[in-house]
Structures are given as C-alpha cells and as structure tokens.
Design a protein. Structure first.
Ligand SMILES: Nc1ncnc2c1ncn2[C@@H]1O[C@H](COP(=O)(O)OP(=O)(O)O)[C@@H](O)[C@H]1O
Ligand SMILES: [Mg+2]
Length: 482
C-alpha cells in the first residue's frame, strides 16, 4: 500500500521521513520538549514554524483517535488538536512500518512528570488534580467517556496560580449524546485508581514529597469532581423570590468560570414551588469576557487575573467615567503590552505572555510589601525580567536572590524605568507573538503576528484566599517556582 496521509491540507507533511521508524528519525527533525509516559513511540517534530507530536500506532486505532479528537475539537473540548493520520508507510527495503497519528504540539504544556524535576510538592499536586477534575467534568458534560483517565494522559498548562488540564490520549474514549451516571462513575473509578497508582509509583522511586498520601490525592479528585458536577447540573427547588434565585445561580456559575446558556424552570405539580436546572453551561466565562474587551485569548484563570487588573486600572484612572471598552484598550496599550514587550526575545520561551503578566503582578505585590511602598509596573517588570524570569525552571537560583536584595535596587530601577512606560510608536505591531515557539536563530525572520495563546478556555475554582486545601499563601500567590 502506498503512503497515505489524511487530515490537514498540509503538503509539507509528505516531506517528513516516513520511510524511517520514528525512533530513528534524524535529530534535525526532533524538538526536545518534555514528554510524558506512553505505550507507543511518541516524538515531537519541528514542522513549518511550529511543532507537531507524532505517535506510532496501528492504522485503525490512529484513525479512530483522529476522529475522536476531531469531534472533541469541534465541541471545543480542551484537548490536543489532530493534524493527520499517516498510513501505508514502508521502509526502503519494503518492510511495513506502523501508521502514525499526528497532532499539534500543545504549546507551553507540561506533562505532570516534568513538574517534579525538583520534587512534586503537595500544593502543586493538589492543583494538578483540581485541573484534572475540571477537565473530566467538562468532558463528561460534552458526552465524552474517557476510559483511561490518568495524569499521564493529560497535559497541564500554567494558568495564573492554577493549572489547566488538556486531554492528550483519546484512544480509549467514546462520544455519546449523553453519559449515563454509570459511565461517569466508571470513569471516576478509573481516574482514582490510575492517579493513586501513578503516585504510588512516584513514591516508590522517591520522587514524591514525604507527606503526600497517594490515596488521599485520588480521593480528592473524586470529591472535586462531585462538587463541580453538582454545582453545574443540580436541580434546586424554590418557593419564593425566583428571579433572585436564578440570578444567584448564574453568579455562582460565573464564579466557577462557567456561563449559563440555557436553563429549565418547572413549576411543581401543586404549583407551590419552582425547580431550576441548568441545561447548557459553557466553560470560559472570564476568558470570553476578556476576549470581548481586549482581543486577548488566554486561559480562564489568567483572564480572571487580567480582568481584576483591568478593573483596578479603571478604578484608579484619571477619568473614572471611562467606559469599559475604552478603559480596556488603554489598559492593553499602556499596561499589558509594554509589560510583555519588556521580556527579551531569548526569554520568551519560558512562559506565556499572560502568565508573565500574572507573575509580574505577583512580583510587584511582593516587592511593594517588602519595600513598604508602591512599586510601579515598569519597575516591577524590570525587576522580574532581571531577577526572576532568567532563573525560571531553577528553584535554587530563584531563591538565591533575596527579596531584600531586590528591594534594595528599587531606587536605581525607578531612576532607570520611571513610573509609567514611555509611549512607543502606537502603530508598532503588538510584539506578543512568537511566544513558546522553539527558539530560532536570531537572524531569522520574525514569525507572523499571532496573538492568541490558547484556543480553548479551561476553568477552575477561583483561588479563594484561605480555602481549606490551599497551602499556598493568600493571593497574590508566591511566584511559582516548582
Ligand atoms: N499534541 C501533543 N502535545 C504535547 N504533548 C503530547 C502531544 N501528544 C502526545 N504528547 C506527549 O506524549 C505522551 C504520550 O502520548 P499518548 O497519546 O498518551 O501516548 P500513548 O497512547 O502511547 O499512551 C503524552 O503524555 C504527552 O506528554
Ligand atoms: Mg497515554
């Protein structure tokens, strides 16, 4: 059978060395990025100005997984995006080779194992499991039965102080018009068993912090899942003040990061009460609001943080009557864009722009606390770019420079950077593109403008100060150093 590629209209795919087993592909094609555990051979491959993930598997499974991911993408589920299935591969001597499933590499994603290079802390682990439970609820709401929920089959992206989870392995999944409670329970059971098992493995290899109880973390996923599921789907009965009840329900869902699109309201038989049941809920409440106001496409918790900053900006602006959309434009051009532009090109692969902004806000808060006076955003940015960002991924180094040393240099940084960003050419292109790409040689052309960093919003419980499970400091949280 001759080589057959079905999927994206991308002729360049045919130029990849499909006649060689993936394991032996020449290094020049390979992008060295963190990868999770897998049964199949999976490698990341440079392709055009991006990166693709290639997984070798049999043709039937590859086609099935491709179709599943396609459908999930159509439903706007948080998952990796399918590109193509390659079949009919043969070596030059005519040996048949495995088929391959090609997906877009999910930029800035981390397999959970990459997060314990410096030891997986209890707090981080709780956030990962929180993100995974949100993912599972969202998939279940869409009618997707996963069948193999685990930490290894998800990818995580930093999302303000939390994580967002994305489905990466859909091989065992199935899409139904609606899941039965039995199907949901089975998935939940599998999730708990797998996660507990994965953590016991880590414990066995001494990669887990002492004090982390794998069984407790497994149980936690289930608890989180059940809480969110009932908040999003539960029928409530009310005898008075129905308007207020509905408004309350909407607000509660918005807080959780969801929009209530359709609701069922029914009078009880005897006409003395009304039941309310959310019918269609959409994830990404804050994400959509920020997108509407600024065009920035970021993750849900990042959006929440940016919107708070925007509200504050508006409250402090010289013109309190400024309407929201004008304020948003001003905030974007005088606060957000100059901050992310201040990051040198060489450091842009470290974090997404919205995540950098979030961390700069945290850093500013810590500096101001330590210095006991307000610190302007340009100064906080300069300090962050100088002291924190270059040493990201290296906890020792981050801790190496004390807050005291950083505050001592604030007068000099203020002298240098002033209190506001100096206006730049208003027609200059937004420079927030090209983040997260594989570093390219300096002399190459800059890639085309692409502001979006995430297509799919993922939502979380808001980071409520002092919530029972949170062992991080109250917001703003410490700069993430795990
Ligand atoms: N599109 C992608 N973006 C980023 N990482 C990916 C992608 N596809 C696969 N991976 C990485 O490869 C690992 C294995 O992929 P997976 O589909 O789970 O393979 P298997 O079916 O063999 O378990 C994942 O845990 C993830 O780390
Ligand atoms: Mg897998």
């Amino acid at each position: 059978m001759p080589l057959h590629i079905s999927g994206a209209a991308d002729p360049a795919l045919i130029e990849l060395p499909w006649e060689i087993p993936l394991e032996a592909w020449p290094e020049e094609h390979i992008a060295a990025l963190p990868r999770g555990l897998s049964r199949h051979v999976v490698r990341f491959v440079r392709h055009g100005d991006g990166v693709i993930a290639v997984k070798e598997t049999n043709a039937e499974i590859a086609h099935r997984e491709f179709a599943m991911l396609r459908e999930l993408q159509r439903l706007e589920a948080p998952c990796v995006h399918p590109v193509a299935v390659v079949s009919g591969r043969t070596s030059p001597s005519g040996e048949p080779l495995s088929a391959a499933l090609v997906t877009e590499h999910l930029a800035f994603s981390l397999p959970y194992r990459a997060l314990f290079a410096q030891g997986l802390r209890q707090g981080t682990l709780k956030r990962l499991v929180g993100a995974l439970s949100v993912l599972l609820v969202r998939l279940h709401l869409l009618g997707f039965y996963w069948g193999d929920v685990s930490l290894s089959n998800a990818l995580f992206r930093r999302d303000a102080s939390e994580f967002s989870a994305y489905l990466v392995d859909a091989e065992t999944g199935d899409i139904h018009p609606r899941l039965t409670n039995g199907q949901r329970e089975t998935d939940l059971d599998i999730a708990t068993t797998n996660i507990t098992g994965e953590l016991l493995d880590l414990q066995g290899s001494e990669d887990l912090d002492d004090g982390v109880d794998p069984f407790e973390i497994g149980a936690r996923l289930e608890k989180r899942y059940r809480e969110l599921w009932s908040a999003l789907t539960e029928t409530t009965t009310h005898t008075s003040n129905i308007r207020m009840r509905v408004a309350e329900r909407v607000r509660q869902l918005n807080e959780l990061g969801f929009d209530l699109d359709e609701i069922d309201m029914d009078e009880t038989e005897d006409g003395t009460a009304v039941t309310i049941r959310p019918k269609v809920v959409d994830a990404g409440y804050h994400q959509r609001r920020l997108m509407r106001l600024t065009g920035l496409d970021v993750q849900e918790n990042q959006a929440r943080r940016l919107l708070n900053d925007l509200d504050e900006f508006r409250a402090w602006s010289d013109n309190p009557d400024l309407d929201e959309s004008h304020a948003a434009h001003e905030w974007l051009t005088t606060m957000f864009e100059p901050t992310v532009r201040a990051v040198p090109r060489a450091l842009r692969g470290k974090l997404e722009p919205a995540q950098v902004y979030h961390e700069v806000l945290d850093h500013r808060w810590y500096l101001a606390e330590a210095a006991d006076h307000d610190v302007s955003l340009p100064v906080a940015t300069a300090s962050y770019v100088k002291n924190i960002l270059p040493t990201k991924d290296d906890e020792q180094a981050v801790l190496g420079r004390s807050l005291a040393e950083m505050t001592a240099e604030l007068p000099a940084l203020t002298e240098e950077h002033g209190h506001t960003y100096t206006a730049r050419d208003p027609y200059a292109n937004d420079n927030t593109y090209a983040w997260g790409r594989v570093p390219e040689p300096e002399e190459s052309e800059p890639p085309t403008v692409r502001r979006s960093s995430t297509r799919i919003p993922v939502t979380h419980r808001p980071a409520v100060p002092g919530r029972e499970d949170d062992d991080a400091p109250t917001p703003p949280t410490a700069p993430t150093t795990e």
